[in-house]
Design a protein around this ligand. Structure first.
Ligand code: ATP
Ligand code: MG
Length: 340
């Protein structure tokens, strides 16, 4: 692996459950394309998961392995890119703490993604750790000095925050960090199978990459279509129709899909037919991923070395970054005064 000429990518997921179709079109698809061109760090943010899953030790631990299996199954290559477990790089905690000094509370208060997630949690007492997670993500990005952060649309406010932190840090302590850029995937925000604004593992309103063909069929069957339509002969609506949102994201036969949409709008096709088509499209897409998953489940040593080797590479770079940060901030740098 070439380490010094390529630009860097840092992005990741929270180990709060297995990965879903939203992850694929919003993030993984881009990661796959970029793994040759960039030096990639793909992070499993287990510290961050604690923010709203405290005490759920088994869920987080199992999800670390599930996410790794998902990554390997979609074709991320651990020879080319680094899979990183966040808590094995405790430099993260140090940088996170230091960066939080640069962030006015009012700025976090205005973060639209955070606001929506706090409402979604339906809790009056969100933990300080959760509230602060956008700053934790800034530390994730800045530890490997990433140039590019490929993410779903919901993450954009956090990248903007990171850029603001960089500007402030560099102004106060000199040029240490560079401003990372965000790259949003083909489908910026895949809606939930329940029609909710975003498919999300915490809400369990998603089709997982590891779902069986039967599970996929069941989930598609329960999707909303067009609530205004009573009979299959009534003209149907495409907009806001969950089945068509998923077909738009996954059906590669565009001209056939356009024909189907026209027929649906004319009341010539029923919901059963569009759901059957979606089930077929999704299962065709997922089948090779399922097969690769079985392979990696049977080869745990490959999963282990992917995680440990990637984490070791990230740890080394994080140590180098922290030396620069401490030097710039004159943290743990008192020898000159003590030796007077
Ligand atoms: P959680 O509910 O625990 O927050 P999540 O489903 O939102 O889980 P994350 O681990 O928070 O998943 O997100 C990982 C990456 O996948 C991020 O870049 C995020 O923007 C992207 N992503 C997640 N859900 C979607 C979606 N429905 N559409 C597009 N991108 C998504
Ligand atoms: Mg999320």
């Amino acid at each position: 692996m070439s380490t010094n000429t390529k630009k860097r990518i840092l992005t990741g997921v929270r180990p709060t459950g297995p990965l879903h179709l939203g992850h694929y079109v919003g993030a993984l698809e881009n990661w796959l394309k970029l793994q040759d061109e960039y030096e990639c760090f793909f992070l499993i943010s287990d510290y961050q998961a604690l923010g709203d899953h405290l005490g759920e030790t088994d869920r987080i631990r199992n999800s670390v392995i599930e996410v790794t299996l998902d990554w390997l199954s979609v074709g991320l290559n651990p020879e080319k890119c680094s899979f990183v477990i966040q808590s094995y790089v405790p430099e993260h905690a140090e940088l996170f703490m230091l960066l939080s000094m640069f962030v006015p509370i009012s700025l976090v208060d205005r973060n639209p993604t955070l606001k929506a997630e706090i409402i979604q949690q339906k809790k009056s007492d969100v933990s300080l750790g959760f509230y602060n997670y956008p700053v934790s993500q800034a530390a994730d990005i800045l530890l490997p000095q990433a140039d590019l952060v490929p993410v779903g649309e919901d993450q954009l406010p956090h990248i903007e925050l990171t850029r603001e932190i960089v500007r402030k840090f560099n102004k106060v302590y000199g040029e240490v960090f560079k401003e990372p850029k965000a790259l949003v995937g083909r489908v910026p925000r895949l809606i939930g199978t329940d029609g909710g604004a975003k498919a999300s593992k915490s809400l369990n309103n998603c089709i997982y990459l590891s779902d069986s063909a039967e599970e996929v069929a069941k989930k598609v069957k329960s999707m909303y279509t067009d609530p205004t339509r009573i009979r299959a002969t009534d003209p149907g609506h495409i907009e806001g129709n969950v089945v068509f949102s998923y077909l738009d994201a996954f059906d590669t036969e565009t001209s056939e899909l356009n024909k189907l949409k026209k027929e649906y709008q004319a009341g010539k096709v029923g919901d059963v037919a569009i759901k059957e088509r979606l089930t077929k499209v999704l299962n065709n897409f997922l089948e090779p991923i399922r097969q690769k998953r079985e392979y990696f489940k049977a080869h745990p040593e490959e999963v282990r070395s992917a995680l440990l080797n990637g984490t070791a590479r990230a740890k080394k770079i994080a140590e180098e970054t922290m030396l620069r940060v401490r030097e710039a901030m004159k943290i743990a740098h008192y020898e000159d005064l003590l030796n007077k």
